[in-house]
Design a protein around this ligand. Sequence first.
Ligand code: ADP
Length: 164
Amino acid sequence: MRKAIYPGSFDPVTYGHLDLLRRASSMVDELVVGVLKNSAKTPLFSVEERVKMLEEVTKDMKNVTVMSFEGMTIDFADKVGAHIMVRGLRAVSDFEYELQIAQTNRIVNPRVDTMFLVTSQEYSYLSSSILKEIARYGGPLDRFAPECVIEKVKAKFSIKENEI
Ligand code: ADP
């Protein structure tokens, strides 16, 4: 059985993540989205909120589950019994960092391999940070994430319904 993890911060999940998720989930039997509880970062959403949003937007994907994790991603892969780690590549700038991490992970745990999927052109600009930046200034968010996510972002920034 092919089992993969798709780790990340997902603060919050965007259409870019969802596109990657849909494509990756069609390549494996089971895909576990791993939401990182990173004490070094101050996220907009708590890990519980991020997991909930991901569960909501992936409910039609039958082989996708969502979990939170702490610590090394490679240990999380081991814990759930996955041999594949999915990561997205948006630009050359992603590549250098991702290459280093993937190679390090191979040294730490050669049982897990990283599978890179190149972002769809329409979402190559998109990140959770960009979404939050636009939200901060009250800009339109409908191209970035599903409605249920946008509602939660608006609530965080206390944006009223008619302001966007
Ligand atoms: P991290 O902090 O681990 O980079 P992110 O939530 O930013 O967490 O991203 C999780 C994964 O999703 C990463 O592999 C990232 O490259 C990928 N990703 C993020 N945005 C997009 C996008 N617009 N298109 C494709 N992949 C993306």
